[in-house]
Design a protein around this ligand. Structure first.
Ligand code: 48F
Length: 259
């Protein structure tokens, strides 16, 4: 077959636009494609919900690729291994009792692949810059190309509608930050505000993460490192079990809400 350059362009543009239009109204919109966002997207899509994930960067995976200080290994504890190996099939070696090590490249690429195959629609190179609020509830996201953001161009964004939103943007908890900036200190935290991340403490950080994975404003949930940052809890460094468990927990909470 003789290839036609214009047909290649047309195939890409039409298929992308069809999908974008189809995903203008979803059950769950996830901000951030790190381990917590991908895990949440995997479980929710597998359960049959319509889920989109927006990732600012070209690559999906957030802080998981780099392991600890670029040693491309990650550690998970037993509960994390049950998801990483048990659900996703990633090889985990027991280094010493209770400390399992996985290859960060295998872990990240597998999470991404399994989430896509479960039905999660990932849009990369798109940044969430704002939220839509109606009747004091989040009901959508405001999006722009990362290239526009990076170049500082004065280009207005577009919007999508979503029954629920997950802030899985990591340490910066960017979606919750926008909400706080727009509506003031009315979050469902002790102070009503973002309480800020505490220093590194793997044990405490991992333990509090699940408790902190919850709804923080009507229809807006936090998962992963954003949960601890919003609730004033510790960071935990290159142990990733909590991120996976947090992704699963937020998926369970949303499934319960949406029914
Ligand atoms: O930081 P990230 O990996 O979040 P996570 O799922 O996992 C945290 C761990 O990687 C690590 C850790 C483990 O113990 O502490 O840090 O909580 O992934 C967050 C992703 O969100 C994207 C960002 O590029 C990254 O890939 N992101 C951040 N802000 C936005 C965004 C935004 N406004 N719009 C779209 N994507």
């Amino acid at each position: 077959m003789k290839l036609d350059d214009i047909k290649i362009s047309k195939a890409i543009i039409e298929e992308y636009m069809d999908e974008l239009i189809d995903y203008l109204d979803v059950d769950v919109a996830i901000g951030g494609g790190g381990p917590s966002g991908l895990t949440a997207g995997y479980y929710l899509s597998k359960a049959g919900f319509k889920v989109s994930l927006f990732e600012r960067k070209l690559s999906i995976g957030g802080g998981m690729w780099g392991g600890g200080m670029m040693f491309n290994k990650i550690v998970v504890q037993e509960a994390g291994r049950e998801i990483l190996q048990g659900e996703f099939g990633v090889n985990c070696q027991e280094h010493e009792k209770g400390y399992y090590v996985a290859d960060s490249i295998e872990a990240t690429s597998t999470l991404c692949s399994k989430a896509c195959k479960a039905g999660l629609k990932i849009f990369n190179l798109i940044s969430i810059e704002d939220v839509m609020i109606r009747d004091e509830k989040i009901n959508g996201l405001v999006l722009n190309w990362t290239a526009v953001e990076m170049a500082g161009l004065h280009v207005d964004p577009l919007t999508i509608k979503s029954k629920t939103v997950i802030d899985a943007t990591g340490h910066d908890c960017e979606i919750v930050k926008v909400v706080q900036r727009k509506i003031g200190p009315r979050l469902m935290t002790e102070t009503g505000k973002i309480m800020g991340e505490k220093p590194m403490w793997a044990d405490k950080g991992e333990t509090s993460l699940l408790e902190n994975t919850r709804e923080v404003y009507p229809n807006l949930y936090v998962a992963g490192m954003a949960s601890n940052a919003v609730h004033g809890a510790h960071r935990m460094g290159p142990i990733f079990g909590g991120m996976l468990l947090s992704g699963k927990k937020v998926a369970d909470l949303i499934m319960e809400k949406l029914g």
